[in-house]
Design a protein around this ligand. Structure first.
Ligand code: DQA
Length: 146
């Protein structure tokens, strides 16, 4: 099985960006951790980060044509705004786990809304970087049962 991990805007700034909220782990470090966690979970993976909404829509569509089995996605700010990303997930019907480093339910009101949640099989938030490991684990279990 093969999964795609997508990180949305400003997640390339991890380690620099609001470390009190998002932690000290850099984006480069995270990319390495994701590879380790996928290896541990026995699943192949690709990684994609973009600051551009349309590039994320394109990547989700490509994943469909590549036969990707599942997606772990932190849509970042697009979580709260992007009907286009929601529609891409619905169009491809690829099982998706939504992950947020912070707990978006306890921050500003505008972060409580998630369009992506309408297509997600599962949501993980507020568990920091470790949440990605949980998301990978949940998705692999789900795919192995399906
Ligand atoms: C985030 C939460 C979003 O509200 C924010 O725009 C992000 C990161 C998180 O991982 O906690 O960029 O998705």
């Amino acid at each position: 099985k093969k999964i795609l991990i997508i990180n949305g805007p400003n997640l390339n700034m991890l380690g620099i960006r609001e470390p009190d909220l998002y932690g000290a782990v850099t984006h480069e470090k995270l990319v390495g951790l994701l590879a380790n966690w996928c290896r541990e979970a026995g699943v192949g993976h690709d990684y994609f980060q973009s600051n551009h909404e349309g590039a994320i829509v394109d990547r989700i569509q490509e994943a469909y044509f590549e036969g990707v089995d599942g997606i772990v996605m932190n849509p970042a700010a697009y979580t709260h705004t992007s009907v286009a990303i929601l529609d891409a997930l619905k169009a491809t019907a690829i099982p998706t786990v939504e992950i947020h480093i912070t707990d978006v339910s306890t921050r500003e009101d505008f972060r409580r809304v998630s369009y992506v949640a309408l297509a997600a099989k599962h949501r993980i938030m507020g568990h920091g970087i470790e949440g990605y490991r949980e998301a990978i684990g949940w998705l692999v279990d789900y795919l192995n049962k399906a």
